[in-house]
Design a protein around this ligand. Structure first.
Ligand code: WTA
Length: 659
């Protein structure tokens, strides 16, 4: 009777497997031996991968785990991350190779070669230096998918400054929170952005965010939409093009320590305050580059790669910027939405640029399914070789559709599990090696160790389920939470402290073959269209509205977005219920959340209720609310302080829906 069980049943009986073709396997970057080689000597394996990069000084020790859970990889080694992503390819004679085929939403395009990228990044680095930015300073970047976003990130890396990229769709207060937490000195943004064919202002939001932000010295503004009346703060604001174009295109990169901080990226946790995930240089770049090479079978100079993520998320950091560029990729970067100006936009881009490696998210695949297979059928997708998926579990139906209608039943699909915290892909099939299985991420990559364990931390057997843990340190792992070592230990290392396991927050199970299936979050983090949003964050936003006394938020299964946000609110005593239950009032609450956090956090549904189900210790029982939100029979209510509450909620909802 439950809505969730069909997926589980399906998963338990999934027996289809797809072996690689012989032709693919013969030329694959990955080999079956790499698992055994890595198992034999994990550190030697990662050292071999690190050697794919250029080091100014070689490391003296591969891993120092003596201060666990704070890892040091390639200790004593020195490198420049931007040099590895740009200059070394130019020096090796590939300056004319296109690094980025950029496609703007309105249809404008720009091809950037590695030689040009080197000049642009050098200019931007010189520009930042002229503003007094030095190593370890924080630079916040809120930009849409334009080349300047990538150039700005690489310019920071080049001078050892840390970037903190904030997704373009985040609200002014979300931006402000991140700027304050990181004490950002510079903010880089644009005048406006194109969204579904229209120009929307961006700078005005940034101004609102930064009012009174004391750490911020300068705001750099990229001109994109060319608005006439961009609000301007003389003395603080500078046009990117005016600053950068005046700089020399020569800049000598300095080598930084392998553990020099590279960036902070904020992600939702189980409390309201986002966590600044800290990544460093040598180990991170090693794993990003190795995984991009092995998981996508990327061949420099031959493949055209396209990762559809936004640089505001970790996928954009590791699989648009660092991994691919370190591997001398030629890639598509697309500014816009998938249905602007028409629903075949992605397929048209693949056809035009002969994209061979395509990496996207299940929520988008399900959207494409909804739009219909006849749309991709109109385009020539024969250039495609490997298809990737990331961000949430991919249901077998979507996997099969992706394989058939996009991959022509010929492309291996790599379902890649990882997190902002892991920095790079951890669990995934290897194309050319793995016999893939619809819906399963299958097994940890060579050099990576993961387990499914029960409550007590014991590994479960085949067919068993529990929590996903990572039981050995890995090069790309987070080095902590910015400014909060205690929260780092508490969030990730306290759940299985006895065993010393990293707790990922995901449920998982082994099938009969021992392959791993990811089952979604086990904490209060929702996954909406592959975006992590915490229930508490949305609850705080709701209770900040004057009409709301209390709020509880759950993620309910949604056929397209994976989960949808459903909120239950208790109104303040002086607000007349029927009035507040009206459509306009509900709409106002939804908009309020969108304004507080960003449109991605807007609840799908808000229900006004007289009470919330709580345990005797006052904890909200979200499980029961999820039953209501998913239209299921309500589960066990015996631990409720007042077991009649659920009746009250259900009857209240009935009268609510009678209106
Ligand atoms: C989920 C995105 C199942 C998971 C790279 C994880 C997945 C969270 C998969 C991290 C996958 C990501 N299968 N679940 N292939 N990939 N997830 O930090 O719940 O934005 O913990 O990183 O997304 O989200 P984040």
């Amino acid at each position: 009777m439950t809505e969730q069980s069909p997926a589980l049943d399906n998963l338990l009986t999934e027996s289809r497997t797809f072996p690689p073709s012989e032709a693919f396997a013969a030329k694959a970057n990955a080999t079956a031996d790499s698992y055994a080689e890595a198992n034999e000597d994990r550190e030697a394996f990662w050292a071999r991968q690190a050697e794919r990069l250029h080091w100014d000084t070689k490391w003296s020790q591969v891993l120092d785990w003596s201060d666990a859970p704070f890892a040091k990889w390639f200790v004593g080694g020195k490198l420049n991350v931007a040099y590895n992503c740009v200059d070394r390819h130019v020096e090796a004679g590939h300056g004319d190779q296109v690094a980025i085929h950029w496609v703007g939403e309105p249809g404008d395009t720009r091809d950037i070669t590695y030689a040009e990228l080197q000049r642009e990044v050098s200019r931007a680095a010189n520009g930042l230096i002229s503003l007094g930015v030095t190593a370890r300073d924080r630079v916040a970047i809120q930009l849409q998918m334009i080349p300047e976003a990538i150039i700005a990130m690489l310019a920071c890396a080049r001078i050892g400054a840390m970037h903190s990229v904030v997704f373009g769709g985040f609200s002014p207060s979300a931006l402000r929170q991140r700027v304050d937490d990181a004490q950002a000195k510079i903010v880089i943004t644009s005048d406006g952005q194109y969204r579904r064919g229209k120009a929307a202002p961006m700078k005005a939001n940034v101004d609102e965010a930064l009012a009174g932000a004391e750490s911020v010295e300068k705001v750099l503004v990229v001109r994109r939409t060319g608005e006439d009346d961009v609000p301007w703060n003389n003395g603080r604001d500078l046009w990117w093009h005016e600053l950068v174009e005046a700089q020399s295109d020569q800049h000598t990169p300095e080598a930084f320590d392998s553990e020099h901080p590279l960036y902070i990226l904020y992600t939702s946790g189980t409390t309201g305050k986002p966590k600044g995930i800290l990544h460093t240089s040598g180990g991170y770049l090693t794993q990003a580059a190795y995984t991009h090479h092995a998981v996508f079978d990327h061949k420099p100079g031959e493949d055209v790669y396209w990762c559809t993520a936004d640089i505001g998320w970790v996928t954009g950091h590791s699989y648009i910027v660092y991994g691919p560029l370190a591997n001398r990729v030629t890639q598509v970067v697309y500014e816009g939405t998938p249905n602007t100006p028409h629903e075949g936009r992605h397929w048209e881009i693949i056809q035009t640029y002969k994209v061979s490696l395509y990496y996207t998210a299940p929520t988008l695949i399900r959207t494409f399914m909804k739009w219909g297979a006849d749309i991709p059928a109109k385009y020539d997708l024969s250039s495609l070789r490997v298809l990737g998926s990331v961000g949430e579990p991919i249901n077998p139906e979507a996997w099969m559709w992706y394989r058939e209608h996009i991959g022509g039943n010929r492309c291996p699909i790599v379902d890649t599990w990882w997190q902002t915290e892991t920095g790079s892909i951890m669990i995934s099939p290897l194309p050319g090696v793995t016999h893939t299985k619809p819906g399963s991420a299958q097994r940890p990559l060579p050099g990576i160790s993961a387990k499914v364990v029960d409550d007590a931390g014991n590994e479960v057997g085949k067919g068993g389920g529990g929590y996903l843990v990572l039981d050995k340190p890995w090069p790309g792992m987070l080095r902590g939470i910015w400014g909060d070592d205690e929260r780092y230990r508490e969030t990730y290392w306290s759940r299985f402290s006895e065993q010393g396991y990293y707790f990922a927050g995901d449920g998982a199970k082994y099938d009969a073959d021992g392959d791993v299936w990811l089952l979604g979050r086990v904490d209060d983090v929702m996954n909406v269209s592959g975006h992590r949003i915490s229930t508490t964050e949305v609850e705080s936003a709701l209770v900040s509205h004057p009409t709301v006394a209390e709020a509880a938020v759950v993620g309910a299964t949604d056929p397209t977005t994976g989960q949808g946000i459903v909120a239950f609110v208790i109104l303040r005593g002086d607000v007349a219920e029927d009035q507040a239950r009206g459509d306009a009032a509900i709409q106002e609450l939804r908009n309020h959340v969108s304004k507080e956090i960003g449109p991605i956090a807007k609840p799908r549904q808000i229900m006004v209720v007289p009470e919330l189900p709580k345990t005797r210790s006052g904890k909200i029982m979200r499980r029961l609310l999820r039953d209501v939100a998913e239209n299921r029979e309500i589960g066990d209510v015996t631990t409720l302080a007042d077991s009649s509450v659920m009746d009250l909620i259900s009857s209240g909802l009935k009268s609510g829906s009678d209106e």
